[in-house]
Write a protein that binds this ligand. Structure first.
Ligand SMILES: [Zn+2]
Length: 768
């Protein structure tokens, strides 16, 4: 009889694990599909292979193609036209035989027959800016796009080729086998677009006051597409939004421009002595040894006098670059030029800026300093910047990146004054575009397919670099700012987006062209996801090591999303499938709250739960083994005296158990908590995240506990924690430092804080 009682009891004495399972059983059944948010991403990821390892590293058979270019480029400043001829040498490192090559012709996005404008839906707006109205209703398509004059093999024999919009297929005389090289030449010209009026990622700005143009030139030559183990040929058309996929190669480029222009671009300037004046060369030598402030190579007075020249002569600037995926240059007689050296991994790198006088006084003060600081921060987070220079060029409304050179906005008013918004915007965009040297210029992801892989990763490091810059140069900050006011990265900045209308949100893992809210989707959310992963989920040490490992594994290679996801786990022992799934593959949001808190005391008297059991089974009091009963404060079994007595005074069985089972020495170190709580957390949001909780006690102290995300593995809606405490808990706050992007904080505290509704606030305002 006694034995039977004992067995029954073991069934009803629930462990907290059993309580959790009971909660799981209460979750509505969702059929037989495995919807557990912690299941591995086997269905989403491609199977690892010899090209790409399961660890996220390049596999033993990893390969990448190479495209080397020799180019002669002539700029006709009067009619804003580029004419070029190039010889491309393509190396097939793939195991595949290639019958044809795909060449990219992005200028055709602007051609008269471009389909890009046709995929944009449009409608008559009630209010329009004159420039938008002119563009929409009053402009004729301009003569734009590549004019391909010839495509020939090395012996001058024309090669059959077909242009399909922004892609050109060049047929090979015989298939290229693994290891083969093939050289061919292309001749072309195109009319350069005015990037201020017509938009575009390159072009010129016209300055009506002095009649000059400032050119920022890119996508100016037919460029090889990427052939890889993942996509085969990446020949997805350029519609204007998704950027570029480009193979690495070596470039020798000769650029002929008016003799009074100042030019710089990707690569080492190999004929500096021919194109620099004696004065410029002397100042350049000084700049190479100056680490604390920019040295002017061409100053504003000199640039202003050059503006009047309009030389009929020309000069050829020769640039040579190794292991770059693209080439860009900027040229104008309006350019002021300054430089400063920065030590990166024991080597000198030149931080360079080029800007018309319209950029001053902002640009001479800050551009080059931001470049140098950015290189330092990114090098710390990834690898030492491997190129010899990084140039920031000022171009109106531009923010665009190429190897070693980028275009950036941020222009003061005509009287030289500028707002905080202009200043921080300029510093932010320079940090961002210089940062793109790392992602995707060196860690060469496929921008055409995955915008977030360069923009998201880059925006994340941009946030780190901006904060560094603010610390390094407090004088760059306005008096009201303690830190650089980054607008992407901090968790709470992404709340309006993630908590917004689900009809206009797409998962991060969506091709850029097809996403709503492009900036939030491909820049803001992935950057925030990585920042939260670093600060809240993994911790800086584990995250930074893994992130650096990813950058180093894929430096000068072509990574995919899986290579990133896998490496972050591989180098940290952090199972992150749940995190990638939630943040990158869904549009779920974070909302975790505290639902209910119950307080308990112990007692020797059978409580209601046990009395019901005894009645149902006909069990008598004397048949029960000694038990500890937990009584909820305020319940019918609760008595005020339980509060005043100690734990052991309240429970004889507990007292006896301790006496019988612990030595006097052990008894001394036993804890005797006074308060027992059952705290229930709820999760209206779809994302599983750690529960960060701050418990505040009656004596004013508090402590913070983080329950890892896996706490949600059995129940996606609510979980509870039993807490034994010496001190009375007076309040509980979930996510006290607002670090998880919780979209609704009205359920984040216990006791619930009375939150003013918008309407109440509105009423108060009216009263005030
Ligand atoms: Zn970017």
């Amino acid at each position: 009889m006694k034995k039977i009682t004992y067995i029954c009891l073991s069934l009803i004495l629930m462990s907290s694990a059993m309580i959790a399972q009971e909660q799981e059983a209460n979750t509505p059944q969702k059929g037989h599909t495995n919807t557990n948010k912690f299941r591995q991403l086997y269905d989403e990821f491609s199977t690892p292979n010899m090209f790409r390892s399961a660890s996220g590293a390049p596999g033993p058979a990893y390969y990448q193609q190479q495209a080397d270019y020799k180019m002669d480029i002539v700029l006709d400043d009067k009619i804003s036209r580029i004419s070029g001829s190039e010889t491309i040498t393509y190396t097939n490192n793939s195991p595949d035989e290639l019958k044809y090559l795909w060449v990219q012709l992005e200028q055709n996005k602007r051609a008269k027959d471009s389909k890009s404008p046709l995929i944009e839906s449009s409608g008559v707006a009630p209010v329009m800016f004159p420039n938008a109205f002119t563009k929409e209703f009053m402009s004729e398509p301009l003569e734009r796009g590549f004019n391909i004059l010839e495509v020939k093999d090395i012996n001058g024999k024309p090669l059959p080729h077909t242009i399909n919009r922004t892609m050109m297929r060049v047929e090979l005389p015989k298939p290229m086998k693994h290891g083969d090289k093939f050289s061919f030449s292309v001749k072309w010209w195109y009319n350069i677009n005015d990037h201020v009026v017509e938009d575009g990622r390159s072009g010129y700005e016209y300055f009506p006051k002095d009649g000059n143009k400032a050119y920022v030139i890119a996508q100016f030559f037919p460029r090889m597409a990427v052939y890889s183990d993942v996509e085969g040929w990446q020949n997805s058309q350029f519609w204007g939004r998704d950027e570029f996929a480009l193979p690495f190669g070596n470039y020798e480029v000769n650029i002929t421009v008016p003799a009074d222009h100042v030019l710089d671009g990707t690569g080492i300037l190999t004929n500096r002595k021919e194109v620099y004046s004696k004065m410029m060369l002397e100042r350049y030598e000084t700049a190479k040894r100056t680490y604390d402030k920019p040295v002017l190579i061409v100053n504003q007075t000199e640039a202003e006098s050059a503006e009047k020249g309009f030389s009929e002569e020309t000069k050829t600037w020769k640039l040579k670059a190794e292991n770059v995926r693209d080439f860009g240059f900027a040229t104008s007689r309006k350019f002021i030029l300054d430089m400063m050296a920065v030590k990166i991994g024991g080597k000198d790198v030149m931080a360079v800026s080029m800007y018309p006088k319209e950029g001053n006084p902002l640009w001479e003060e800050w551009s080059t300093r931001v470049v140098a600081s950015t290189l330092e921060s990114y090098s710390r987070m990834t690898f030492d910047y491997p190129y010899h220079k990084a140039i920031s060029v000022h171009a109106k409304q531009q923010g665009m990146e190429y190897p070693m050179i980028c275009w950036n906005y941020g222009r003061p008013d005509e009287d030289g004054t500028y707002s905080d918004r202009v200043k921080y915007g300029m510093m932010g965009v320079i940090t961002h575009e210089v940062g793109h040297n790392f992602f995707p210029m060196i860690v060469n992801s496929d921008e055409r397919q995955w915008t977030w892989m360069d923009e998201g990763l880059n925006t994340f490091v941009q946030y780190v670099a901006e904060q560094d810059f603010g610390e390094k140069y407090p004088s760059a900050l306005s008096p009201q700012d303690k830190h650089f006011p980054s607008d992407r990265g901090p968790a709470k900045m992404i709340i309006p987006y993630m908590g917004g209308d689900q009809n206009f949100i797409a998962p991060i893992m969506t091709k850029g062209l097809n996403t709503y809210q492009f900036g939030n989707n491909a820049y803001g959310k992935p950057a925030t996801a990585l920042n939260i992963l670093r600060e809240t989920v993994m911790g800086r040490e584990l995250f930074d090591y893994a992130f650096k490992e990813y950058a180093n594994r894929w430096m000068f290679k072509h990574p995919t999303p899986e290579d990133f996801f896998r490496t972050m786990e591989d180098a940290s022992a952090f199972d992150l499938d749940w995190y990638w799934r939630g943040w990158f593959y869904t549009t779920d949001w974070v909302d975790i709250g505290v639902k209910e808190v119950k307080k308990y005391f112990v007692s020797d008297e059978p409580n209601a739960y046990m009395r019901k059991y005894m009645e149902e089974r006909g069990v008598k009091r004397n048949q029960l083994k000694p038990l500890v009963y937990l009584v909820e404060e305020g319940s019918e079994d609760f008595k005020e005296k339980m509060k005043t007595k100690s734990l052991l005074e309240n429970s004889k069985p507990l007292q006896e158990y301790i006496m019988d089972n612990f030595t006097p020495e052990e008894q001394k170190s036993i804890k005797e908590p006074k308060y027992f709580y059952n705290v229930t957390f709820e999760k209206p949001g779809g994302l599983v995240m750690p529960i960060i909780v701050e418990y505040t006690y009656a004596d004013g102290t508090s402590n913070q506990v983080t329950y890892p995300a896996q706490i949600w593995r059995f129940n996606d809606n609510e979980v509870s924690k039993a807490i034994a405490s010496d001190k009375e808990i007076v309040s509980i706050t979930v996510d006290p430092n607002e670090e998880t992007a919780d979209i609704d904080t009205s359920n984040n505290s216990w006791p619930q804080k009375i939150q003013q509704s918008d309407f109440d606030q509105f009423k108060e305002k009216i009263k005030g």
